[in-house]
Ligand binder design. Structure first.
Ligand code: EPU
Length: 420
């Protein structure tokens, strides 16, 4: 197993190109299952999760070729209906095959994803939505066993106790593209990734309106076709590198980053004293002042993204005051807190929030990555820490950040990968 070593104290400076969005690319690649044709998907990040979804598609009989950041998919062969536990356990997003398989084959057998380091993560809304479209779904022996030869459009309310669900909105919207009649999703997730998947489906011939709002309308069509499509930039990757610039007191231009996807985050970063310069093709983050304490509460889009909570917490550890960070989406998303404390941070966890008393500096030590964004928080902390930080279990970070050590080194960080 590999570990990352970071020698802290070097400011990040320069320009970095933001890769395509992981959380868009995954459902887009899976949605190719809806029809029998060829697709060219561009700007796909080369991440562990993308290679896992490639395996899932291949197990189902689909041909997938990766050339640089372009993925060619050919769904013309026979398609199976089972997504086995061995693959789904590696990545929850494998459940995206549920909607497309049901629609194409009238049958899907998909392993239940099981537990996750950031919370229980139920999938009741996915199942509820597909059932409303007419699917017959039961849970047996750890599998979602779904039948549904003739899905039929209807009105579906998809909000859960913590707000709308990105995954359920995408799964139901995808399945509804080929259902007979009209489907209305109320309480739909408005995340840019949902919009991106809708735009991809529209390019395939689907009739969708209202994506990016709380109400999505889908008029079922008889058939979809292949297309060429370019995935949007990854807002969470952009946000993470923005915090890299801020925590290391540097200045970085995030080329290709979409500021409109990150408004709530950018406002908080400005509040923490960073200067942000919007440019035609991205934005620059500069930090040359003391980090100001800032309160944060995560919320569905357009609110502050839960996927940036751990990394922002790392920045606030070094502020000049006291900050409160509340997590409202995933109940256990505080695994980074005890590791940051080991680096000298002063953080107290209460129920669904943490109180962070800023300290003048963090200290390098050995820490352990526990999930994707928690690992990114530890890398950020390591960039600013005095001395050397060693992060083990970094396979988590490879799920969501392509070649992070190479890209941060390009900005002047002293970071390298080593076999444990
Ligand atoms: N929820 C339910 N029932 C469901 C589905 C969700 O109650 O059937 C709840 C969840 O427990 C959570 C809330 O609804 O409290 C929102 O969950 P959502 O379904 O939106 O999350 P997701 O689709 O499973 C995606 C991203 C996550 C990101 C969340 C929230 C992908 C592959 N994953 O997950 O990304 O945190 O949306 O924005 O798109 C990451 O990239 O690190 C990551 C975890």
């Amino acid at each position: 197993m590999d570990k990352l070593i970071i020698e802290g104290g070097h400011n990040l400076k320069g320009e970095i190109k933001i890769n395509g969005s992981k959380n868009s690319a995954l459902p887009i690649l899976v949605a190719t299952l809806l029809c029998e044709d060829e697709f060219v998907i561009e700007n796909v990040p080369l991440l562990r999760d993308i290679f896992t979804i490639k395996k899932v598609l291949e197990v189902l009989g689909v041909s997938v070729t990766i050339e640089g950041n372009t993925v060619k998919v050919d769904t013309r062969g026979a398609v199976g209906y089972e997504a086995p536990y061995e693959l789904v356990k590696q990545m929850r997003a494998s459940y995206y095959v549920l909607g497309p398989l049901l629609t194409r084959l009238g049958r899907a057998l998909v392993s239940l994803p099981g537990g996750c380091a950031i919370g229980t993560r139920p999938i009741n809304l996915h199942i509820q939505g597909l059932k409303k479209l007419g699917a017959d779904i039961s849970i047996t022996h750890g599998y979602i066993d779904a039948y549904g030869n003739k899905l039929k459009g209807t009105e579906i309310f998809l909000e859960g106790p913590n707000g709308s669900s990105v995954g359920a909105t995408i799964n139901v919207m995808t399945a509804a593209t080929l259902a007979s009649g009209c489907t209305t999703i109320e309480g739909a997730a408005m995340e840019p990734e949902v919009e991106d998947v809708a735009n991809f489906l529209i390019k395939c011939g689907a009739k969708i309106k209202g994506h990016g709002t709380r109400r999505i309308e889908i008029k079922g069509v008889k058939k979809l076709h292949g297309c060429e499509y370019k995935v949007i930039p990854d807002r969470i990757e952009a946000g993470t590198f923005a915090l890299g610039a801020a925590i290391s007191r540097g200045e970085v231009f995030l080329k290709g980053a979409s500021a409109s996807h990150l408004e709530a985050f950018i406002n908080k970063l400005k509040n923490a004293s960073a200067d942000i310069f919007l440019e035609k093709d991205g934005f620059t983050v500069k930090m040359d002042k003391d980090i100001r304490s800032t309160d944060i509460e995560t919320a569905p889009f357009p609110g502050f993204p839960t996927d940036m909570q751990a990394q922002f917490t790392a920045l606030l550890c070094l502020s000049t005051g006291v900050s409160v960070v509340r997590e409202t989406i995933f109940e256990d998303r505080f695994m980074h807190v005890s590791e940051l404390t080991r680096m000298g941070a002063d953080i107290r966890k209460e129920k669904d929030y943490v109180i962070i008393k800023g300290v003048p500096c963090l200290y390098g030590t050995r820490v352990m990555a526990s999930d994707l964004r928690a690992s990114a928080a530890l890398v950020l902390a390591g960039l600013s820490a005095s001395g050397t930080t060693e992060i083990s279990r970094i396979y988590h970070i490879d799920r969501g950040y392509e070649n992070i050590e190479k890209r941060l080194s390009g900005l002047g960080a002293h970071i390298w990968r080593q076999e444990e």
